[in-house]
Design a protein around this ligand. Structure first.
Ligand code: NDP
Length: 292
């Protein structure tokens, strides 16, 4: 059996086109242009690359972008003052604080400060709290798990009643992914580094979301035949045939798992492109909430 490939690149492109059309309609009606502010503290090259690509995506979709950069030795007070300034700025629809920040910065305090109506990453405790409560809706769903669920739904995978296993319990991927699946009436098991029988647990799953950051750890014989496998992991492995000397692989052994699964996302080209697409969707939504 060969799994159906879930083409994240294509689905992300469709999301981006929908957002671009909605932005054009909104601005043509004379309403404010959705605008994303990114906050980068320090000089991590990966973080700098991420904020650049988020700003570029905004421009491609007709949205505004503002990039704020503080030095690595910025104080907690300086970072908090910047977030307060962006909260107060009516021209900014969404605020994205790029993580991780330097270790002397209390990230939770900074994220807690973001106005819930501008929290396009969905990481503020208020948004996560609403996600966790029955009958409550968050204003924004964290982008990567939002993308995972969107890929499942677009591919016609039935979530209601499914046994779902989420590998990883981080605040940004695993935990919100599990909450979203519960909200959609799946029965969810969350695994982490102390889980005793990972292969046996994964074998029960109709849906697997792997977000552990461990190179190709999920093997083909862990996967239940016909299961939907969403691979969030991004791991670099040496590859002498590539100019960069490396290539990216997921947390799932794709070659093995695709022979067993019903649906599978590749790495790259699966969940990765969805994250920015969902951020664009959230930024548009932020503008709509603030200036309907
Ligand atoms: P974290 O390091 O924050 O969390 C990893 C989670 O996996 C933890 O809950 C940890 O358990 C668990 N874990 C680690 N090792 C094992 C193991 N051997 N067995 C079982 N569980 C394990 O990672 P993130 O959630 O931030 O990211 C996960 C992966 O997703 C990474 O590869 C990252 O690069 C990628 N990613 C991709 C994105 C995209 O856009 N495609 C966006 C964000 C992340 P414990 O809690 O016990 O420590």
């Amino acid at each position: 059996m060969t799994a159906q490939l879930i083409d994240g690149k294509l689905i992300a492109q469709q999301v981006r086109e929908e957002v671009a059309a909605a932005v054009a309609k909104r601005t043509a009606a004379g309403k404010t242009k959705p605008t994303l502010a990114t906050v980068l503290v320090g000089d991590r090259p990966d973080s700098a690359a991420y904020v650049t690509s988020k700003g570029k995506a905004c421009q491609e979709l007709g949205m505004g972008s503002v990039s704020e950069h503080l030095p690595a030795d910025a104080t907690q007070e300086q970072v908090e003052a910047l977030v307060r300034k962006l909260n107060a700025n009516k021209g900014i629809s969404g605020i994205l604080v790029q993580l991780p920040m330097p270790s002397h910065i209390d990230e939770e305090r900074v994220l807690s400060l973001i106005n819930i109506e501008k929290d396009v990453d969905g990481f503020s405790p208020l948004n996560i709290g609403r996600l966790a409560q029955k009958g409550r809706e968050p204003l924004f769903v964290p982008c990567t798990p939002y993308g995972c669920i969107y890929l499942l739904e677009k591919s016609g995978v039935k979530i209601e009643g499914a046994n779902a296993v989420v590998l990883g319990r981080s605040n940004i991927v695993g935990m919100p992914a599990a909450l979203l699946l519960i909200g959609k009436n799946a029965t969810v098991t969350v695994c982490h580094s102390r889980t005793k029988d990972l292969p046996g647990t994964v074998r029960q799953a109709d849906i697997v979301i792997a977000a552990i950051g461990r190179t190709e750890m999920v093997r083909g014989d862990w996967v239940k035949p016909g299961a939907a496998v969403i691979d969030v992991g991004i791991n670099a492995v040496p590859d002498a045939t590539k100019k960069s000397g490396q290539r990216l692989v997921g947390d799932v052994n794709f070659a093995e798992a695709k022979e067993v699964a019903g649906f599978i996302t590749p790495v790259p080209g699966g969940v990765g492109p969805m994250t920015i697409a969902m951020l664009m969707k959230n930024t548009f939504r932020a503008a709509e909430i603030q200036n309907p």
